[in-house]
Structures are given as structure tokens and as C-alpha cells.
Design a protein around this ligand. Structure first.
Ligand code: TXE
Length: 493
């Protein structure tokens, strides 16, 4: 039986903690077991990361950036191997795994090319009380050991998105992938090892939520957590005790708003992709579809037609559009939410059940629901599965009201030919990201993150890099006078 390892202090190890079995979500076969770390392994990882930090933080940023570029090259060289491990563990179609790998390479290239310039010292002068009296140097110092905790739905891209800026800034990292995609975690660390990252700068600790919690409780200086809002709150509370820097990229229930002036075919295709890629298990999936009432019926007809034509199957089959859900529990949750909606009056336009043709695998049919209300779970909670509730709206005002009627605030997607209207609406919708006539695209150049229960902080772009540093001011007084007018004593005689 293949055992998934950890990487501590530059060595691959098989810790003696709990063994977590991992099933192939498409076949339910046992593919490997994850060897969880124990507290003593975590301590070793932390000790090693602290030593790694000493060396890495003193390595010139240009040299650090070169290493990231090397990792980017290795990512492309090993694309097929990485993609097939992603599909094996996560279940998504190979073409989506390839998209993940290509996206990750863009991050390596971006931070490899830009980090040095983004972290260059800045100098400002302040004319107080006389011209040029004060000079400020603004410097960007690494924080120390950063914990990176990641989920299973983008098991390759998300760790790369978050590890790259942490390392570029001069931090060392202890990385904990989801136990559901632990082998992808191994692959990531192998790339950095092969690229020649010094010992201790990146450690890998395997295990479930409890290991994540223990890691947050160590003396790491920052936690970059991507996952569900429930665990995110726990992480925030645990970090608050010591004011650890936190970046929390959490769940979402994104509105997808279609106006009557939109290009309908494009909007329908966007909704099909936005809701069903990754089997709907994406933080920025189009989880609630809002359509202006005068085009509602036409939209639904076209949407249902396309959704029901998608092919569900094993991600390794080239004809597959939608793979399985990650686990039996996840599918049961999705199925319960649909049943709850139906019993409260929702109409199933397609799907709404487990596809009959599969004897094994955690598959669920692409589902479209109408006659939904805001109180149903499919509208109020984050449903991680291929389920699209569609709801009509009258005008802009009502669209905003429905769009904001959620505790989440990650992304939103607006479809209209009227750009002014789209921008006006974007500023009213409570979210960190808005796409206009597009959905769920991501680039390293633009900040990514949410508001409300979707989290705090940003990754990607310079904003993401700046989360990984202590922004320091060095204030230099250029005057050469024995006193300042605001110094004691206040009565100067
Ligand atoms: O999350 P979980 P999952 C969100 C997505 C969805 C969730 C799915 O919207 O809500 O992620 O991922 C570890 N202390 N995003 O089910 O269960 C756990 O072992 C410390 C948002 O994996 O929260 C795993 O490694 N760690 C997004 C990781 O946390 C803990 C992009 C996530 O687990 C822990 C992608 C604890 N108390 C997915 N409990 C975005 N906003 O960009 C669990 N873990």
C-alpha cells in the first residue's frame, strides 16, 4: 500500500500518526493512506523551518525569484504527471487538472519576474518643519515561518498561489495540504526540492483538520488558510491570541446576475461553466443564478438544455465534463440540500439525483432548480456540488438585494452589454471580486479574496505579496539640531 509521506528538515519521512485512507472518488478504490504527523514531527518541522528562515531571509530576493522560475519550468516539464495525480485524488477531468497546472506555472513566472521590484525599498521625504527634514525608508521584511493550509478542490494551484509569495518575500513555510489530496501535496514539495530550495525552507506536514489546528497553535508567525468558513473562524480565533498575521480565503456563494440586454448565449455558456466546472466544488462557482424576469424563461430553457447534455464520468475519460464529488459525505450533503429545497417547493428542471449508470463513485447529476426562495439551503449556504438554483429579479435594485442576501462575499459575475451599469452594480455588491461578462477567471496580477464570511486578506498580485511581509518604516531625521520644537521641556523659558 502506497503511504503518503511528509517532508521535514529536507528528508522524506513516514510519521507514525493516524493512517488516513484515501478513496478514488470515481471508483471508490483505496488508492493510498496518508501518514499523519504527530506533535513531535510538527516540532521538528518548525525547528527546521526556523533554521531555514535564517538562511532564506538573508538570500537576496533576486536569487529567491530565480528559484521560483525554476519551479515554474519544472511544473511545465511535469504537467502530465501532476495532472494525473490531481485527477486521481480529486476526480476532476484531466483538462481541468491541466488548467490548474498551467495556472500555477503563471504564478511561478509572475512572482519570479516581479518579486524583486515589488519588494524594493521605497524612500520618501517629508518637509517638516523645514524642507527635506525627514527621510523615510519603507522596507519589506519577511515575517518568519508561515503556515500554509490548503483545501482539496484546487490541490495544486492554491498551494502554489500561496507558497510562492511567502517564499518570494523571504519566509520559510510549513505546508499542510488537505488529507484528501495529500499526494498532490507531495508532488508540490518534490518540485521545490528538485529546484534546489535549501533544507528547512519548505516543510510538508500531512494530516487532517486536527494537524492543521496544531500547526496554527505553534509559534508560526503567519497563517495562510484556504478552506471553509467554519474552519476559517477557528483559525482566526486561534491566531488572535497572539495576533498572528492571517490570510483567510474562505467559502463563497457567488451571485451570477444576467440582465435582459446580455448576450444570452454567452451568458448561458458562462453559467454552465461557472456552475458546473469542478463539479461545482469551487469557491467562486456561480452558486446562485439571478436572471431578469423578462428573459427568465428563455434563459432557463437554454440553460437546462446545456446542463443536461454535460457528460458525467471518470475524469480520466476524455469525454467527461463533470467528475465525481470528492467524497460520499460531500455528495450526501448536496443531495440533502436538494431534497430540502424540493420539499420546500423548488422545481427540479434537470438532475436532482445520483446518476443511475454508475455502480461506484461519488457522482451527482448536474441539477437546475427553479421556484427557489432565499431561505432554502441551496440559496443561503455554500453548496459544493453541481446544483444551480435560478431565481428571477425585476430590476437593478432587486438584483442587488438578492445578490447581497448571503453571509458570503467572495465573487460575483454580471452579464450585460452596458458596462456603466455593470460597474455601478459591482460597487453595490458585497464581494472581493466581480467579473463582468465572465466568470471565475484568475490571474496572478489581480488581488484575490473576499469580504464578510469569505475571509480577510488577499493573495495574488503585489497585495498578496505584501501580506507576507512586515512593512517597516525607518524614519531618519536629517536635521542636526540639539532639540526639536516639540520636545520637552514645553516651556522653553
Ligand atoms: O475545507 P476545510 P475543504 C473553500 C471552499 C470551501 C472549502 C473546501 O469555498 O468552503 O474551501 O475545502 C484544514 N484548523 N475554498 O473542504 O474542511 C483541513 O485539513 C486548521 C475557498 O478542504 O475547511 C484542510 O487542509 N486547519 C477558496 C484545510 O484546512 C484546519 C478557494 C481546509 O479544510 C482546521 C478554494 C482547523 N480547525 C476553496 N479544520 C478561496 N476563497 O479562494 C480543517 N483544517
Amino acid at each position: 500500500m502506497n503511504i503518503i509521506r511528509s517532508f521535514i528538515n529536507g528528508e522524506w519521512v513516514v510519521p507514525s500518526g493516524e493512517r488516513i485512507p484515501k478513496l478514488n472518488p470515481a471508483t471508490e478504490e483505496l488508492i493510498h493512506k496518508v501518514a499523519s504527523v504527530r506533535a513531535s514531527d510538527l516540532k521538528n518541522a518548525l525547528d527546521s523551518a526556523k533554521k531555514g528562515f535564517y538562511e532564506w531571509s538573508r538570500t537576496p530576493v533576486e536569487q529567491r525569484a530565480e528559484l521560483l522560475k525554476k519551479v515554474g519550468q519544472l511544473i511545465m516539464d511535469r504537467m502530465d504527471e501532476i495532472s494525473s495525480v490531481i485527477t486521481l485524488e480529486n476526480g476532476k477531468p484531466l483538462v481541468e487538472s491541466n488548467m490548474e497546472v498551467t495556472g500555477a506555472q503563471m504564478y511561478a513566472e509572475y512572482y519570479g519576474a516581479e518579486a524583486a521590484q515589488m519588494l524594493r525599498d521605497e524612500t520618501r521625504t517629508v518637509d517638516f518643519p523645514q524642507p527635506g527634514n525627514y527621510e523615510f525608508r519603507i522596507t519589506f521584511e519577511p515575517l518568519g515561518v508561515v503556515a500554509v493550509i490548503s483545501p482539496w478542490n484546487w490541490p495544486f494551484l492554491i498551494p502554489i498561489q500561496t507558497i510562492m509569495p511567502a517564499l518570494a518575500a523571504g519566509n520559510s513555510v510549513v505546508f499542510k495540504p488537505s488529507s484528501l489530496t495529500a499526494m498532490v501535496g507531495e508532488k508540490i514539495v518534490e518540485l521545490f526540492e528538485k529546484a534546489g530550495l535549501p533544507r528547512g525552507v519548505l516543510n510538508l506536514v500531512q494530516g487532517g483538520g486536527r494537524v492543521g489546528e496544531m500547526l496554527v497553535g505553534t509559534d508560526v508567525k503567519a497563517v495562510v488558510f484556504t478552506g471553509g468558513s467554519k474552519a476559517g473562524v477557528q483559525v482566526a480565533l486561534n491566531c488572535a491570541k497572539e495576533f498572528k498575521r492571517t490570510v483567510l480565503e474562505l467559502g463563497g456563494s457567488d451571485p451570477f446576475v444576467v440582465f435582459d440586454d446580455a448576450n444570452m448565449e454567452e451568458a448561458v455558456n458562462g453559467a454552465v461553466y461557472g456552475r458546473f466546472f469542478g463539479a461545482g466544488q469551487i469557491c467562486v462557482s456561480a452558486k446562485r443564478i439571478l436572471v431578469q424576469e423578462n428573459v427568465f424563461n428563455d434563459f432557463v430553457k437554454m440553460f437546462v438544455e446545456k446542463a443536461s447534455s454535460l457528460k458525467v464520468g471518470n475524469g480520466f475519460e476524455p469525454s467527461t465534463d463533470i467528475g465525481p464529488l470528492i467524497s460520499r459525505e460531500q455528495r450526501a450533503y448536496v443531495s440533502r440540500a436538494v431534497k430540502q429545497a424540493v420539499s420546500a417547493g423548488a422545481r427540479v428542471m434537470c438532475g436532482g439525483s445520483l446518476p443511475r449508470e454508475f455502480k461506484k463513485g461519488f457522482f451527482y447529476s448536474p441539477t437546475v432548480l427553479t421556484d427557489v426562495s432565499l431561505s432554502m439551503k441551496v440559496m443561503s449556504e455554500e453548496i459544493f456540488g453541481p446544483v444551480a438554483p435560478v431565481i428571477p429579479f425585476r430590476d437593478e435594485k432587486q438584483a442587488i438585494l438578492i445578490a447581497n442576501s448571503t453571509k458570503y462575499g467572495l465573487g460575483a459575475s454580471i452579464w450585460t452589454v452596458d458596462e456603466e451599469k455593470a460597474v455601478r452594480l459591482s460597487r453595490e455588491i458585497e464581494s472581493g471580486i466581480v467579473w463582468v461578462n465572465d466568470v471565475a477567471v484568475t490571474f496572478p496580477h489581480a488581488p484575490w479574496g473576499g469580504v464578510k464570511q469569505s475571509g480577510v486578506g488577499r493573495h495574488s498580485s503585489r497585495y498578496g505579496l505584501l501580506e507576507m511581509v512586515n512593512i517597516r518604516q525607518i524614519c531618519i531625521n536629517k536635521m542636526r539640531e540639539p532639540t526639536r520644537m516639540w520636545w520637552l521641556p514645553y516651556s522653553k523659558g
